[in-house]
Design a protein around this ligand. Structure first.
Ligand code: C2O
Ligand code: CU
Ligand code: CU
Length: 500
């Protein structure tokens, strides 16, 4: 804390007294209202990021560096309402948060003012969730990456009106992974997510239980939701004013809802569960020292082996779990996670205390693409095309009454996703399918990079690229597939598949 001084944070420093010690993690869990001691005017919009119409995705507004003056907020783990089985209540509600010192920002959240708690499921258990809509508008509760029936999936057909409730029930049939949840009402997803509706889901299983990896929640197993936002002069998230049809991109980073975050860690291996929860921005995460870390998981499960990397790119809705070994780094002074363009995303405050806990990471999983899957013919073709309001899938815009494809439950098919270039060259579309985790077979005919050889539910498809994926649905129902630039989704870059 208090490593970076600049004129705007002076008042906050005087008030907080800047007791430059490491915070305990209990303190992390205080409500955000109390812990964001940041004077925020320098982060609020004057004129830079908004209002200038079309923004090229190759040349996006740079995020302001995190000054590290606020300890990262760690969301609570949601606890079950009963002792028999797992029963949760998840409520979408309006909130007010002091993201900036002395400024009340109107937000949306699950069971709180902003974002949501972390839901934790165990493979094999039956989960009941009572979903409650306390907003003034329709919403849905979508479980991104969760293999459930179309009934429970919370797509745009499953809207809850204001003050309506619904009980969903499902069995957890998939392996350990970091998933997330967010709303999905037709045409309104981007705004509701932008204002704060998103949370993480952890699935654990017997494999993750026995793996020797960091698992102390909030201590060395850290949830991290990265989102870029634009605040107006009043410190508000005025979505309609800043909305860009090609995906709203902001200049201000929130991590777990914290502006200018810093994460205090021990000198030990720390597992970071990264979610790109932005509407449109891509992130390439790396350490400012250029040192490596290991990736252990993709969207839907563990990689087979820990993979040493210098950077990892996530497009909207993609996740990666990485482990940074803070006991092995050359220097832990001014260490931070940065973006590709060098902007500081998350500074670390590494405590000097050695924690004697370095574990050798062994094999993590037994993910495999079979010969049979490799040789299967393509039976579904998806063509992504366009920009701004003119985005389509196979030349069409979303129509909730039209079923675009059907597939049999439990039968694997190969989908080929093609991102057709336009005159401007086109842009990356992160393609996502509901209700399933799939395998990437090839990108332009070539086997995917090692860090994509694991379960995925969202993939970056680059302009001109053809990606083959093997898709199987374990459950039945109608599911969405779409571009996860949320403004593209709301602009109709979405289709439906019925699984029978
Ligand atoms: Cu993150 Cu349609 O989903
Ligand atoms: Cu989804
Ligand atoms: Cu798109």
């Amino acid at each position: 804390m208090c490593k970076v001084f600049h004129i705007f944070s002076l008042s906050a420093i005087l008030i907080s007294g800047c007791s430059n010690d490491t915070q305990s993690n209990d303190q992390n869990n205080q409500h955000m209202m109390n812990q964001n001691n940041n004077e925020g005017n320098h982060h609020m919009m004057g004129d830079s990021a908004m209002g200038n119409g079309h923004m090229s995705h190759d040349d996006v507004v740079r995020l302001e560096d995190s000054t590290g003056e606020n300890e990262l907020y760690i969301p609570p783990l949601l606890t079950s309402e009963t002792t028999e089985g797992t029963e949760y209540i998840v409520k979408a509600q309006k909130g007010k948060v002091n993201i900036f010192e002395g400024v009340t920002t109107e937000t949306l959240g699950y069971n709180g003012d902003l974002l949501g708690p972390v839901l934790q499921f165990k493979k094999g258990e039956t989960v009941k969730i009572k979903t409650i809509n306390e907003l003034d508008e329709e919403t849905t509760f979508h479980w991104h990456g969760l293999e459930v029936s179309g009934e429970a999936d919370g797509g745009p057909h499953k809207t809850l009106s204001p003050s309506e409730e619904a009980l969903i029930e499902f069995e957890v049939t998939q392996e350990a992974a970091t998933l997330w949840f967010h709303p999905h009402p037709e045409g309104k997803t981007s705004e509701q997510v932008y204002k704060g509706l998103a949370g993480l889901i952890y699935i654990e299983d017997s494999n993750s239980d026995k793996l020797e990896i960091p698992k102390e929640y909030g201590k060395n197993d850290i949830p991290l939701v990265f989102q870029d936002r634009i605040f107006d002069e009043q410190g508000q998230l005025d979505y309609k004013a800043v909305m860009n049809e090609d995906g709203t991109i902001g200049d201000t980073l929130l991590v777990n809802g914290t502006v200018n975050p810093e994460l205090t860690v021990g000198k030990e291996q720390v597992r970071l569960r990264l979610l790109n929860g932005s509407n449109a921005r891509n992130f390439t995460f790396k350490l400012n020292t250029g040192e490596s870390f290991v990736q252990i998981a993709t969207d839907g499960g563990f990689l087979n082996d820990p993979l040493k990397l210098n950077e990892v790119t996530l497009t909207p809705s993609e996740r990666a779990e990485i482990i940074i070994d803070f006991s092995q780094l050359n220097s832990t002074d001014d260490l931070s996670l940065i973006n590709e363009d060098g902007s500081i995303l998350l500074p670390f405050d590494v405590s000097n205390q050695e924690v004697d806990r370095t574990q050798t990471l062994g094999q993590l999983n037994d993910f495999a693409v079979t010969e049979e899957e490799k040789n299967m013919p393509v039976t579904k073709n998806i063509e992504l095309f366009g920009m701004m309001d003119h985005v389509t899938i196979n030349g069409k815009k979303f129509d909730s009454r039209r079923i675009d494809f059907t597939q049999k439950q439990g039968v694997t098919e190969v989908w080929e996703i093609y991102n057709r270039k336009d005159m401007m060259g086109g842009m990356i579309h992160p393609f996502h399918i509901h209700g399933t985790e799939f395998k990437i077979l090839s990108r332009n005919g070539i086997e995917p990079e090692e860090n994509e050889r694991g379960w995925k539910d969202s993939i970056a498809v680059h302009p001109g690229e053809k990606v083959k994926i093997a898709v199987q649905f374990k459950h039945k129902g109608v599911y969405m597939f779409h571009c996860h630039i949320l403004e593209h989704e709301d602009n109709g870059m979405m289709g439906q598949i019925e699984v029978k």
